[in-house]
Design a protein around this ligand. Sequence first.
Ligand SMILES: [Mn+2]
Length: 359
Amino acid sequence: MKMILRWFPHGDDSVTLQQIRQIPGVSGVATCLPKIPVGEIWPLEILETLKKEINDAGLEMEVIESVNIHEDIKKGLPTRDQYIENYIKTLENLSKVGVKVLCYNFMPVIDWARSDLEHTLPDGSTVLSYRHEEVLKMNPNTMADAMAKKARGYSLPGWEPERLEAMARDIEFYQNMTKETYWENMKYFLDKVIPYAEQYDIKMAIHPDDPPWPLYGLPKVITNEENIRTFLKLNDSPYNGLTLCTGSLGADLSNHMPEIIREFSGQGRIHFAHIRNVHHLNEKDFDESAHLSECGDLDMFEVVKAFVDTDFQGYVRPDHGRMIWGEKARPGYGLYDRAIGSNYILGLWEAIHKMKNRT
Ligand SMILES: [Mn+2]
């Protein structure tokens, strides 16, 4: 297992590589090129410069999060072939700079959704929160505006301006699309891309839908154990795998995280793990919380134990953290709480691993 942290390059992050280097046990970053428009090829020269910057800081660049999928691929339009070709070319460039895992998602139109990026908890920290009724009352454009206001000038991955323009039109498009067609469009993408992922030795790792239930009549597919089984069967290659995000899947209380991890990690299909906790107010309203088990609804001991027991060899990152100690940063991606979270996870990992080898 390698512990990494998400980091945004080119001045788009308040956290520096030098700070990340000083977190014990963190060997690298999951990074991206958010300024390259969705669907375009990621240029090799920019990747080489970025890799050098990260390596020079003593860290590895083995995970990319994310190369987003152009909407035409999800819609199954004839223009998808060109975008898929570009995606494959990007994979080739990523392989040339030693990338091992590529995280992406296949959510239609709207990436992750929250009603507030700065919800204050009783201890004075702030977190990303989700109130279902509020989200339903907003339309995606008003949500995007509300989010942008609290993003402190940082780009919000998945909420790129060029995506927002077409949002209303795109939502309309999906109203007539069946879930089956959406699965077919996914399979079309996977069958074209996975052979190249194998060739370039890059594990594709899909991120679950967040939240894991339908919004605005849009199809949601990576939401639970059964759907993940369906997804993995679309293409049987071990290179067709998962980013197991405990916070996204864990937002649905009927998802039993340790069991899900045991099943798919046991099959070698989890390549990247986002480990975070969620605290529910009721079935569909939740706050993101500190990583500790006692702070949320997930039993982090059991989560980590499921990974250790299945001999997980992929990458792990603490997911969103709270904003604490007066830090001003991109919502969810401050330094302090993610540093605490990473070392809590590493502590559990060491303890469980050592106890296991003792018996
Ligand atoms: Mn995640």
